[in-house]
Design a protein around this ligand. Structure first.
Ligand SMILES: [Zn+2]
Length: 359
């Protein structure tokens, strides 16, 4: 069941944040104007655009090639497909688009199609994995669900819930694949289908479990449960050393608390890195209790896993936009996507080092 923690910490007022970004931009930009561009014209290659300070590139400290505007366009694209519940034609279109994008980054894409029994009947679902080979066969998974919640009565486009995390993951995959240095560990960028419950509430409905009729199966996390089961069947689970999940992390008032199910050392590295690169106002030390998500099947199977999620404060007061028709593109910002992208990219070498030392 999803339980939500509440607390009353406030992040910095946006005016304060803005002035900080502006002063940073000033410090960085003025020397460039004075010394960097004697001809007075800019003919930087397109690839270097993301290195310049801009609305979506607020901080130079820890800024990576992750392009917030590009990630945001990936969110817009998804929203334009319309509602994308598991098994829908719209999700099929998004999937084809994602696979195309991932291949264009030079990644090897595999799909796993399966039929899931749901409270509204059999549904086709497809998990998508893009692989970036590393020095080691050991794997770090970075993931998101790409389906949106099914509603009979409302037009739910899931800009933040499904859209933001999928957009950020596409951009992260692009940036990591463009890096000429082979990563220490192999990366799997995983897009789960069927995270959302078909019934209104997370634990409202269950599905039959032929293998164990007394323990019916849940009506959610269809893709991630299938993913772990497949890893076990193929004896590949021991390769997976860490699993990182993005979910609802693009809200313009970004305030990510610490999910209480997540593995502490992974969370500590990411939260400490965020502080070091100036994002302590967004990665905060308040508890966030989501109860269950796509990381849970991995945790149950013994894989260290981290959920980066803003559930309890997705709204002006509480989670008022969550699973409503208000979860629209105007709630998401390129800046928030970049903050999470930069923070994770700066954290990965530390996670790799910790995993290398631990085996
Ligand atoms: Zn959701």
């Amino acid at each position: 069941m999803i339980t939500m923690s509440t607390d009353d910490h406030l992040s910095l007022p946006s005016s304060l944040r803005l002035s900080r970004y502006l002063s940073l931009a000033f410090v960085l930009f003025v020397p460039l104007l004075l010394f960097g561009c004697p001809s007075g014209t800019s003919n930087k290659p397109v690839d270097e655009r993301s290195a310049s300070p801009s609305a979506s590139n607020p901080s130079s400290k820890g800024a990576s090639d992750f392009d917030g505007d590009r990630a945001f366009e990936q969110v817009r694209k998804q929203v334009e497909f319309g509602p994308r519940p598991a098994g829908s034609a719209e999700l099929e279109k998004l999937r084809a688009y994602m696979i195309d994008q991932l291949k264009s980054y030079g990644l090897q894409v595999t799909t796993d199609e399966f039929r899931a029994t749901t409270p509204i009947g059999q549904r086709k679902m497809v998990n998508v994995t893009a692989e970036l080979p590393g020095e080691s066969n050991d794997v770090i998974i970075i993931s998101s669900h790409y389906d949106t919640k099914y509603f009979k009565d409302i037009k739910f486009v899931g800009a933040n819930d499904g859209g933001a995390s999928t957009g950020a993951l596409l951009e992260l995959a692009r940036v990591r694949a463009a890096n000429k240095t082979k990563p220490r560990l192999t990366y799997w960028f995983v897009f789960f289908d069927g995270e959302e419950a078909f019934c209104f509430d997370w634990d409202q409905c269950h599905n039959p479990n032929p293998a164990d009729p007394k323990n019916p199966l849940p009506d959610h996390t269809y893709g991630s449960r299938r993913y772990v089961a497949q890893l076990i069947e193929k004896h590949e689970l021991p390769r997976v050393r860490a699993m990182i999940l993005f979910d609802m992390m693009g809200f313009k008032n970004l305030r990510l608390g610490r999910d209480d199910l997540s593995t502490r050392w992974l969370q500590d590295i990411v939260w400490q890195t965020a502080k070091q690169i100036g994002h302590g106002g967004q990665f905060i030390d308040a508890p966030e209790g989501v109860g269950d998500d796509d990381h849970a099947p991995f945790l149950r199977a013994g894989v260290d896993a981290l959920d980066i999620i803003q559930l309890s404060t997705y709204g002006s007061n509480d989670s008022e936009y969550w699973h409503t028709k208000e979860d629209t593109l105007d709630k998401v910002s390129a800046k928030s996507l970049k903050i999470v992208g930069d923070t994770l990219l700066a954290s990965l070498p530390k996670i790799e080092a910790r995993l290398a030392n631990g085996r």
